[in-house]
Design a protein around this ligand. Structure first.
Ligand SMILES: [Zn+2]
Length: 303
């Protein structure tokens, strides 16, 4: 079976612990193929892509999860997105030199991560703010989960120019058929198991995460535990840009500005930062943009 670009779900038969594993191959390479990112930035963006995919895998939603990193550091903006169908895209912006080996905290200058879940109609949003005050993304997210009373979680991430991968364990409240809260002995046993599994997960090496087949990796890490591994679901690169969206951006720039650019260069070309697709508008297209925009809108209350 093809192992790459899969999100795998698994659970521990005996313990109230579930997990997700993702390894991105071609989908990840498609994210970075049109960019000449420095190595350290490839690492940061790859970890963000793996984290977004893992988190999207744990959620029941129809729409898109976005992780947006912002800060005063040299990498001032980074966006990683994953839809409920596991379509991913991502981009990073930076200025100046990025020191090799810089941590995420150093790259962003101690900024913050905004996680946004948006439904398909974009009518409903949920946002969470994660301070980027730990050196690595995984520890920032773990600290956030612990603080925000979400499920206790353990996360390991790794990425290079070929692969991006992540392993997420979550302690769920109850196991199948047993109420762990009711029996203190069972609860203590489950807590011990969680600590042990968490510790085992943290021993995974970067190479194992990036290279090993999921089944082998889980067997190697949790050889004493029965792990039920489910079929994977494919993850793929897909950009949601469209001529319509670009039209909206140009409209927000304003007619005089767009007309100036057309006069100067003959057309306006907007290139999508995520997928590098170019959208070109000549003088006629540009005029059309604003012709439709100035039409009187319907009076309030009439749809
Ligand atoms: Zn695009």
């Amino acid at each position: 079976m093809h192992e790459g670009d899969q999100l795998r779900r698994f659970l521990f038969e005996r313990w109230p612990v579930r997990g997700h594993f993702v390894r991105l191959d071609a989908a990840w390479r498609a994210v970075i193929e049109h960019h000449h990112y420095p190595r350290v930035l490839i690492g940061a963006l790859g970890e963000a892509m793996a984290a977004t995919t893992l988190l999207a895998g744990t959620m029941k939603f129809r729409g898109q999860l976005s992780l947006q990193f912002q800060g005063p550091g040299p990498m001032h903006l980074m966006v990683a997105q994953c839809t409920h169908r596991h379509a991913i895209r991502g981009v990073a912006r930076y200025r100046g030199e990025l020191p090799d080996g810089a941590t995420l905290a150093e790259l962003t200058g101690g900024g913050r991560l905004t996680a946004t879940v948006e439904n398909e109609q974009k009518s409903n949003r949920y946002q969470g703010i994660v301070p980027l005050d730990q050196p690595q993304l995984a520890s920032c997210l773990e600290a956030y989960f612990a603080r925000s009373e979400q499920l206790p979680s353990s996360l390991v991430l790794a990425a290079d120019a070929e692969h991006a991968a992540g392993l997420l364990l979550q302690r769920v409240a109850t196991g199948a058929g047993a109420s762990y809260e009711e029996d203190p002995r069972v609860l203590a046993e489950a807590d011990d198991a969680w600590e042990r599994l968490r510790l085992l997960a943290s021993t995974v090496s970067r190479e194992e995460l990036l290279q090993l087949p999921c089944k082998t990796l889980l067997h190697r890490l949790f050889s004493e535990d029965d792990v039920r591994l489910f079929e994977g679901s494919p993850v793929f690169f897909r950009c949601t840009c469209s001529r319509e969206r670009v039209s909206g951006i140009l409209r927000s720039l304003g007619e005089p500005e767009v007309r100036d650019i057309v006069r100067e260069r003959g057309n306006v070309e907007v290139r999508c930062e995520f997928c590098n697709r170019a959208y070109s508008f000549d003088a006629v297209d540009a005029a059309r943009l604003f012709a439709s925009a100035v039409q009187p809108s319907a009076p309030p209350g009439v749809h």
